[in-house]
Design a protein around this ligand. Sequence first.
Ligand SMILES: [Zn+2]
Length: 182
Amino acid sequence: MKPILLLLTLFFSIQSYTYSQPAKTKTMSDTTKKNPLYSNTDTSKVSISDDEWKKYLPEDVFYIARQKGTERPGTSKWEHYKEIGTYYCTACGNALFKSDTKFDSGCGWPSFYEPISKGSIIYTPDHGHGMTRTEVQCGRCKAHLGHVFEDGPPPTGLRYCINGVILDFKKAKEAEENYKQQ
Ligand SMILES: [Zn+2]
């Protein structure tokens, strides 16, 4: 009797496992996608497959962050944005730039002359499109952000040319509260 009981138990536990899975036909619109990796305070590195990213990121963010896309110039709401606060990575919430290092470069994308910290960004040589450029990626999740050029204003002389789609902004007060909670 015992082996049969065991089999029955197994059978029913497999059944209940199967039924507890969410229906695969269920589709979520981009606006309701929940991204469990997003955090303004967690600095641990994020390394997941593109298939997983696809579950968490809206299409336009996925295209920039994971496929190294470029948004059309002049289309970002952040390009001429003047509010005081912090810009974060839309994909993972990592702090990237402070608003006081933002400047109007006229290049068509939000531009900064300095990242918020050394570790907030990763630099990679990019030889694509017949040019030699330096790609900048998020230091936490490696999302493609844009490129850095050496024609920026003082004090750094650098111009971080960033796709607005991958930037998330929080006003100073809100950012301060997040900082206090750490
Ligand atoms: Zn990131």
